[in-house]
Ligand binder design. Sequence first.
Ligand code: SF4
Ligand code: MG
Length: 336
Amino acid sequence: PEAFLSVRDLRVRFSTEDGIVKAVDGLSFDVERGKTLGIVGESGSGKSVTNLTVLGLHNRKTTDIQGEIILDGQELNSAPEREMEKLRGNKAAMIFQDPLTALSPYYTVGRQLSEPFMKHRGASKKEARDRAIEMLTKVGIPQPQTRFDDYPHQFSGGMRQRAMIAMALMCDPELLIADEPTTALDVTVQAQILDLLKDLQQEFGSAIIFITHDLGVIANMADDLLVMYAGRAVERGTVREVLQTPSHPYTWGLLSSMPRLTGDIDEELVPIPGSPPSLLNPPSGCPFNPRCAYSGHVADSLCTTERPPLAPGRAAACHLTAGQKQTIFVNEIKPR
Ligand code: SF4
Ligand code: MG
């Protein structure tokens, strides 16, 4: 089936005082209707930047974007801002990690929920108010009729988070991008919100991109998984494939933070030493090579000279197959 969202060879660059930052460097992925794509990776891996770019929320003056972003047949990278305004909060919406990114301090929460609904749906003030109160109720805000007239600063952090989620869901978006949506919330509310997102998907066949570093949440929410490192995708597959038979050394490192995983290599996992590379001056070859235990065992210094491609479908961007890494591990890394 044709993907609802298709991103092809996306490159995002910012100019800074110190030079050009390659925040996203040749990224491709698809999301189908009714499916959830999980994106995991450390901070600075390009997950958030990618998704801001999809919705045109980057700074157009300082950001250079190459590649294609096709949503339901419409190319967005070249779309004018007024087209993006029609899309955002309507057909596509985003839930941010920090609610103050989305909520203005100057208007009441109710007004901020209602106005996009009136604008995009041609709803009356009364209809928009009813809808907003319905959504505030759904995300678990007590006394929504009263809270409708409050300003964001009158909400607690967790309540603001929920109000922002309610705002994103007002127009039943067909594409929802959720960037660490429940990080600030307690476990019970988190579960409610995740259920709400699943309901939205069931009812409207929405496509969801779910960005998180919580692999437990990903295992429960996503159909497919993309692992990002240094602005690139390093591993891709169904959630089951990637979590049960991870193949990229970076993914192995990430999974060591998820103790309930049981697999063949589970016992051998070690945390990843070092930190992500500078995107001003990324390492040549495989961006993971400075941190990779296998790099020194690969013939012809391939890891430091050639960028490993990511094949379509289930794949890892590594010069070694999983079997080769297993052999190297057993013969050369483990004995030390
Ligand atoms: Fe490690 Fe080389 Fe594979 Fe990169 S290509 S993950 S450095 S073995
Ligand atoms: Mg982020």
